[in-house]
Ligand binder design. Sequence first.
Ligand code: ADP
Ligand code: MG
Ligand code: ZN
Length: 480
Amino acid sequence: MNSKYEIVVGLEVHAELSTETKIFCGCKNEFGAEVNTNVCPVCMGLPGTLPVLNEQVVEYAIKMGHALNCTINGTTKHDRKNYFYPDLPKAYQISQFDIPLCENGYLDVLVGDEVKRIGVTRIHIEEDAGKLIHDDAMGGSLADYNRCGVPLIEIVSEPDIRSADEAKAYLDTIHTTLLYLGISDAKMQEGSVRCDVNVSVRPVGSTEFGTRVEMKNVNSFSAAHRAINYEAARQIKVLESGGEIVQETRRWDDVKGVNVLLRSKEDAQDYRYFPDPDLLTFVVSDEKIAEIKASVPELPVAKTMRYMSEYKLSRADSELLALNKNTAAFFEAVIATGKCEPKSVSNWILGDIYKVLNERKCEITDLALTPANLAEMISLIEKKTISNAAGKTVLEIILDADKDPNEIVKEKGLAQVSDTGALNAIVEKVLANNEKAVADFKNGKTNVVGFLVGQCMKESRGKGNPAMLKDMVVAAIEKM
Ligand code: ADP
Ligand code: MG
Ligand code: ZN
């Protein structure tokens, strides 16, 4: 990046909502169904049909509005956005123009260790279009209307984003927020979240924005990161060679890592927006808006910050725990038992348990493991009833069986030996068998103590209390 310039980015994110049925008809809202099976006269845009608004769509969108700190417009309407494309049988999309359901919000995201606040201009509801299937064998394109009328929210950000990293953090946070709220599958690979990326550059210190270019076909968040850096560099090159940036829409090609001109930018007036006469105004009561607000859970960024301050966990660990709603809930349930230290709970979840989740490609809630059993196991280690190694043995069992760790410890004889007499005998035996190490210790190589404690642990078949053994080894050598 040329350091004379600053990048300015604004993002438009479209997310499909995971409602049972479509936005204006009773057709099923499902991904992957056989082509043109989830269709009816309404979503195919046949003349004479009338749309009826699905209230769940409004509820889900208001949830997101609250999560992004927006004002909710209790009285709003639908507008027709007119354009022709073969995936849009009505030749207009029902959207919202001048009164979006939610507006004037913001989203706090973590970029490095800094909190960055990004303005959210608006969130409106609209219907998705169908899908064209390009088939060379047919010598043309086929239209699948299953996606026509699938509910979408469009989340438009202010041009507050100043780097590709900030854009990535914003998109990741939107993504986890959708999943936390349970309002979207948010699967990029199935196209249930898509984003348009607007980029401009300006000389550092300038207070005016440069001309923006909008990029389409950005199919993943990491692609957004690449696309932004590419486009900024392209614009800087144009400006540096005395050229001007033209407001246009470009298509990102992630395989080639370049973008190409698609069309010059259309303006709102080109769409000839007007209120949809079939739907008109809809009203959501203040009570309903408040009720939806109350149902919004603590969100990932807030959780991350709280884990850092309340539990003194690192930023990276806090974020990993908070990222997944199920993992976060599990972590908090273990803490709530009050039996063990948050730091050890975090270590076990992000260490041994994460490894299993990755291997099995499952969620923590898919395991038989309960917060109570994990808490009990960790507390047994903290009370020095069992060693860390024995803890791993217990974990292996409680991962797949709801069994009291105390019983497992009894059955398997895992309890740590803290009886001084028994440990003393082990220490004496080990020191007698390792004369060289003892001599090394006496000659100042005190780190051989680790080796000697290891030998003692082995001798005790893992049951010795390592902290006690260490003190006893040192004391015994010093007495020699
Ligand atoms: P359109 O439908 O024409 O794309 P929207 O208002 O829906 O218009 O979206 C405009 C997007 O472009 C917003 O995300 C906004 O933040 C962003 N944007 C506006 N001006 C600039 C600029 N100068 N540089 C970068 N992004 C911009
Ligand atoms: Mg746009
Ligand atoms: Zn339908």
